[in-house]
Structure formats: structure tokens, C-alpha cells
Design a protein around this ligand. Sequence first.
Ligand code: HEM
Length: 532
Amino acid sequence: MDSASLILFALLLAAFLFVVWHKDMSRLPPGQKGMPFFGNSFQIPKDSQWLTYERWSKQYGKMLYLNFAGVTVIVLNSAKHAIELFDKRSAIYSDRSKFVMVNELMGWDYSFAFMSYGDRWREHRRMFYQHYNSQAIQKCRSLTAREVQASLHRFIDQPDSFMQHFKDLAGTLILSVTYGIKPLPKDDPYIMISEQALHGLVVATHAGGHLGKGYISLLRRRVELTSKSAVEFIPALKYLPSWFPGAGFKRQAEKWRKAAMGMIELPFDAVKRAMAEGRAPESIVSALLSKLNDGGFSPEQVAKQEADIRGMAGTAYSGSADSSVSALGTFILAMVLYPEVQRKAQAELDRVIRRDRLPTYEDEPNLPYITAVLREMFRRDDEYLGYNLPAGSVVIGNTWAILHDEDLYKDPGIFNPDRFITKEGTLDPDVLNPEDFMFGYGRRVCPGRFFAVQSIWSTMATLLTAFEIGLPADEHGQKIIPSGEYSGGLAIYPLPFRCTFKPRSEHIEALIRSAATSGELTRDTDQQLEMY
Ligand code: HEM
């Protein structure tokens, strides 16, 4: 081919590609115009990206097209679109990204939350769901009530550490139910190793701290937005030796991997040892292992199923820890910023519970306003968005925009649980329940949602019965008002703020103190599994 024909061929090819690309583009939803090659990469802020999506969606439409250096991103800003795609067409919107850093280098491929859509994911999810569905988790109601009540004294003794108390409580509940482990009140080794593992996960999936340096500055925002790193862009980087300049992410991944493995192996091995010694308390893992021991399986089958149980159980801790704590942080924030809502909730509790005991989840049907507060809290909680990944493009359900849609919720910026209540004082079935959105969509919808709702509701109702939740005053006697802002991350939390927890009566304080003692006694019995 001579050079003139070569140029002609190149021009024709370019024209063809342009037409194909253009034709394809014309079928995409409208969106904000971006830069050549980088697209919208540099137009998205580091935190609270959902606000930018919402703003653009008002300009361009509820289904928004974005381009991050060649990766197509579709953001769904309406309930209708999210249901249409994620629920009704869930077969093609249920995959996950490959997560090279998290899955391959840090060892999280045991967790079905990060698995691609397929048989292995299905098997793990089915096993999980058998034990955490709405029926099954009713068994843990009394355990939940006992542990919530046993934690109350901490709010009196160390009010400023209330987020830490929520963290400890979330860890206690999930470890007790899943493994039969009662964590120590302080510095529990199972919780500590799990926190290390989760910290690694949060760092690896958020800001691009572990990336090749030049690459980060160039593509940082695109990286952050899709929770990926340079190694996600160029998977071959995973083969770099750890000592190679710029391969610090591999050394870091090795450390985080140890924590991720410790998190699933240590409690699992403790249950196995306790079972061998005939002293294992009731738990999901011991129930599954007993079935396995009675099943007449070959050693290979046992090894495979043990690995599945170990991974499924570890997924429960990682799914539960941050999300519930974030929601409860939002609850406390709402209670101090909207004292009239707190008073109304307490009036309902006083009417139904009569101040002579602490509530349990059994009381839920008689306390619609508390459930309305939970729904309103979920509507306001800035939990991060779920990702779903169809053929090559990222589809994001912008839950924040959906739950702030003025067509669905009047004055969405106001914390108003009454929006969920009818004139007769019951829950209004015609108002969209935020639980249908904030737990994700379709086949990947959060399988821990029943456990989450039960434990968060119980914690909220118990705290409201036990305490006047208020704000401390500064040296001039002025109340210190929290900013109400949130920090970014995989799950995000209200920025630290102070509040006070005053027992609502002497009788309640006596109940709190006695619940604390019975909680400690439980921990000292042979129910505690030793770690080593
Ligand atoms: C307020 C609390 C919680 C919130 C807001 C929440 C929210 C979510 C969201 C948005 C997803 C992604 C769904 C999607 O991809 O569309 C998810 C997945 C998941 N959650 Fe939760 N969650 C909470 C509590 C829990 C708890 C307590 C557990 C465990 C007991 C749990 C276990 C999981 C698991 C295992 C997945 C992965 C499911 C899969 O990929 O198939 N979550 N959650």
C-alpha cells in the first residue's frame, strides 16, 4: 500500500469510528459537557459527589450521562429509573467491578459483597440469607435488647465517645449472633483485628493513597469516584515486585491482607475449637459447622464448605460494622438538632412503655412514631451509593437524590418524621419507605437489612426511653450546635460533635445500672470464646 492509500485508509477509518462513536453517543442520556479525553473527571468534587449529580440532574434530566476518561457512568437520580433498571432488569445490573486491589491483593475475594455476579456469589448469598432473613433474625431479639441495654451506662460515663459506643455495640451484636463471641468491653482482639481490616478496605476504596504517584495526580478524581486505583486501570501493575519503586501499594496490600485474613480466621477457628471441646454457644457459624459435620462429606468438600462459611461469616461483620454506626450517628444528630421530634418520640414511648421498663423490638408495632423517626433518619443518612456494573459502564443509583426528591417528600431538607404518619397516627403506606432505596437495589440489595433495622430501631427506642439527649453549653452558657456536616468515606459519618445523655428518671438510671451489671456478668461466664 503506497502512502497516499495509507492516509486515505486512515481517514476513512477515523470517519467510520467517528460515525460509530457519535451514533453510540446519541443514544446516551444527556449530561454535563466534559474535557477532551478526561471527560468529567475533573468536574466532580472529592466528597459528597451525589450533590453534584443531583444538581446536574436538575439541569440535564434524572438519568445523567458522565464520562470518566473513557469509562461511561450513568447516574440514576429518580426512584422510577432505579426501580426500572436495578429491580426489573436486575439480571444485567447485578455485577460488581473486579476490585483488583481489594479482591486480589488484599484478599477480600472471600466476601460475596465484592464477588462478581455468578454461582459462587449466589451460593454465599443464599447461605447468608438463610440466617439473616426477617424470620431468622427474630431469634436474636432478646440478645439485641440485652446488649443494647448493657451498653447504656457507657453513654452516661463517657458521653463524648458515643460514636465509639455505637461501634462497640455493632461489633458485639454481629460477633455474638454470627460466632457466639461476646467481645471484651475494651480492646477486644476480634474487634481490633476487624477494625484494622476495615480501615484497610476504607482507605483502599476511597482516596487514591496507594497509587503510582504521577498517575494519581492525573486521574485522581476519576479514581476516587469509581473506588479504584491505578492497579484497577492497569491490572498488570499487580505483578510488580513489592520492592519496585512506586509499588508501595503492594507492601500496603500485604499488611492489610493479614488483617483481612485475621478477621475471618480468628473467630472462625475459635468456634471450631470450642465445638471440639463441646463448649460452643449457639451461633450461626456453629449451626452451619454442625450440619457440615453430620453431612458425611469428603475432606475436600468439608474444606471447601468451611472456606465458604468462613467467608460468609466475615462478610457479615464487614457489612454491618460501619453502616449501622453511620446511621446511629445521624440519629443522634437529628435528636439534638430537632428536640421537638425527640419530645414527641418520648411521649409515644411513655404512653406505650410507661417508663417502667426498657423497650424491645417486640414493641415495634405499637410505636409507629419511632418507626417514622427511623425512616426519616434513613432518608437523611448520607450512606454512600451502590455501584452496579453492566457491560463496561458504571451505573450508580443516586439514593441521596431519590430520597430528597421534592415530588416524593415535601420539604426534603427538613427532618420531619410526621411525613410517614397518617392523621390517625399510623404509618402511611402511601409514602415511599426509604428502606426500599437506602439498602440498595435488585439482586444485590443489602441482605443484612432486617438485622440492621432490628438493631438500629432497638437502639434508638432504648436511647430515647433512657435519656434526654441534649447539647452541652460553652463557657458563656450557649449551646454548642453541631455543624451537621459529614465526612467522606465508604460509609460516612457526621463530623464529630458533643452531646449529653441525661437519664430520664432515677428509676431509669437504676435500670441502666443493673442492665450494665448483668451484661458484664454474661461476659464473664464460659460464653466467652478465648482467642488463642
Ligand atoms: C444501616 C445499615 C446498612 C445500610 C445502609 C446498608 C446498605 C447497603 C448497600 C447500599 C449495599 C449495596 C447494595 C447494592 O449493591 O445495590 C449493601 C450491601 C451489603 N450489605 Fe448492607 N447495609 C446496612 C447494614 C448491613 C448489615 C447489618 C449487614 C450484615 C449483617 C450487611 C451486609 C451486607 C452485605 C453482605 C452486602 C453485599 C450484598 C451483595 O453484594 O450481594 N449490611 N448494604
